[in-house]
Structure formats: structure tokens, C-alpha cells
Write a protein that binds this ligand. Sequence first.
Ligand code: HEM
Ligand SMILES: CC(C)=CCC/C(C)=C/CC/C(C)=C/COP(=O)(O)OP(=O)(O)O
Length: 306
Amino acid sequence: MGAQFGQYWQLTKPRVVALIVFTAFVGMFMAVPGLPPLRQSVFGFIGIWLAAASAAAINHLIDQRIDKVMVRTADRPLATGALRPAQVLAFAVFLGALSMAILVALVNPLTALLTFASLIGYAIVYTGFLKRATPQNIVIGGIAGAAPPLLGWAAVTGMRNEWDWAHALLLVLIIFVWTPPHFWALAIFRREDYARALVPMLPVTHGVEYTRWQILLYTVLLLVVTVLPWAVGMSGLFYLGGALVLGLVFLWHAWRLMDPPDDFYPMRVFNYSVVYLMALFAFLLVDHWLLPFLQPSPVFELQQVG
Ligand code: HEM
Ligand SMILES: CC(C)=CCC/C(C)=C/CC/C(C)=C/COP(=O)(O)OP(=O)(O)O
């Protein structure tokens, strides 16, 4: 029983999904001054979590043949036969249905719709089609993985106006641009896995050198887009400082990757990418709370003038 639970837990890609829901959580806080409304944020969080977990389980189902061939994924529940496809399908449908019920009944229909689109985007469009079709798979598919800040924002505001959309999409853009360096670093290290499984990932189709250049270009772009929250007045100097330091370290890694000290270096870049995104969103969150304290209020300024 305990062992079975472990297998089902593994289907939900718990570590990836933890970072995904963290970005949704930050989206909720960025959407409003102070604390977001309790019901929408708690059930929004649970609903987005369940949807992402469902999408991850469907990814296991559709990818079972690929996962069996790749060293990195050969121990997954379907690849080893620990779970049967029917069990995985039932689990994924259960999580997905529960997610939709919670989002529709306790959050709002727009969040349910956007979350459902992300679920289909990752589980079906990316896994079932793009992944097997083009080396731009993860760039396009990255839209689904990047959506959670928008989902969080929608959960607590229902998207009131263009201002909401523009600011939420800016956070989506950051994760969208982050995804290629995140994934291609790992793909360089695991390129033999992908070649054996006939998955057209960039290092397999265009070579390692070309992929390193792409990583460097996206990392430069990432540094630029992470300045935007400060430039549009969404975040303050505390965030900007954090984003610049984190981004320059990422750039230094991407630069060293052009002529790496050893074969394992791409995995160090990959591991850093995870720490980077976690820290960047933590900076957004803390800055959002600090901002009112750091910026003198108009009353305070008046008192000073007086
Ligand atoms: C299409 C987009 C993406 C692709 C192709 C991708 C690919 C991958 C792959 C292949 C791994 C290794 C997983 C493993 O060995 O179990 C991984 C790990 C990870 N990914 Fe992504 N990823 C994407 C988007 C994201 C997003 C949007 C997030 C979070 C916001 C994320 C967070 C993580 C984390 C936290 C890990 C580390 C898991 C661990 O330490 O075990 N990824 N990713
Ligand atoms: C509803 C919602 C927010 C959905 C988000 C979906 C989600 C779980 C995105 C994670 C992205 C990810 C781990 C891609 C790797 O898939 P892969 O098949 O390339 O990697 P693998 O070989 O490790 O399975």
C-alpha cells in the first residue's frame, strides 16, 4: 500500500510541480496589494496543483515507451510495470476532474478554463505531438509550463482589465524565456538518451555547439525580460538587484558552458536554473511586501515637506 502510494506520488512529478505551484502562488500575491482573498487563493492553489499533477501523470502515460528507453526515466512506474496504464489513466482523470470541480465551484470559471488549457497544452499538445515533431518542442510547449503565474493571478482577480493581463503575462514571459536554457542544459547531458528514444531534442538534431549558443542567447534575453517588472513599476529596487545578480550568475554559467570544464557541467547549469527561478520568484514576492515600506508614502512626504 505504502509502495503503491509512492508510485502514484512519483507520477505527479512532485518536485517540478512544487516549483510550478510556487510561481502560481507568487502570481496570486503580485495581483493585489496586501494579502489575496483567502478562499480563492487556497482553492486556486489546490486546483492548479491537482491540474499540474494530472498533466504530469498523462505525460507518463503517453511517454511510457520513450521513458522505458531512456536511462534517466527507466525507473518510472509505467516503465518498470509497477503500475498499469489503466491505473495511471484513472488517477490522472480523477486528479483533473477534482481540479476542475474545485476551480469552477470555489474559484472562478476563467481560472478553470485557463488551467484546463495549460493541462491540455502540456499533457497532449507538447507530450503527444510537439515533443516528437520538432526541436522547438520545448519552446512552444513551454507556454503551458509558464502559465501558472497567470493562473494564480486569474484565481484571485478574475482578470479585471488589461492591466491585469499585461502584468500577469509579463511573469509568464519570464518563465517562457527561462525554459529553453533550463531544459537544453539537461538535454545536452542526456542527448544519448534522446537520440536512442528518437526524440528530436535540439542537441540531437542541431548538435551540442548550436544548443550552447541558443542557451546563451536565451539567457541574455532572460536577463533583459527580468528587468521589465521593475521597468513597468510592478517591482522595486530590491527585486531588480536580486534579478540582476541571479541573471548575471546564470549568464556566467551559460558562458562557461560554451567551453565547459567537464562533461557534467551542463547539469550544473540545469541545477542552477531551478535555484534561479525559485529565487527570482521569491525576490518578486518579498519585494512586493517590502515595496510599501521602502517607498515613502505621500503622507510621509507631506509631513517631511511640512
Ligand atoms: C516545456 C517545458 C519544460 C521542460 C521540457 C522541462 C524539462 C525538465 C526535465 C526533463 C527535467 C528532469 C526531470 C527528471 O529527471 O525527473 C526537469 C526538472 C525540473 N523542472 Fe523542468 N521542464 C520544463 C518546464 C519547467 C517549469 C515551467 C518548471 C517550474 C516552474 C520546471 C521545474 C523543474 C524542476 C523544479 C525540476 C527539478 C526536479 C528535480 O530536482 O527532481 N520545469 N525539467
Ligand atoms: C495545468 C498546468 C499548470 C500544467 C503544467 C504542466 C507541467 C507539469 C509542466 C512541467 C513541464 C515538464 C516537467 C516538462 C518535461 O516533460 P518531458 O516529457 O519533456 O520530461 P520527462 O522526460 O522528464 O518526462
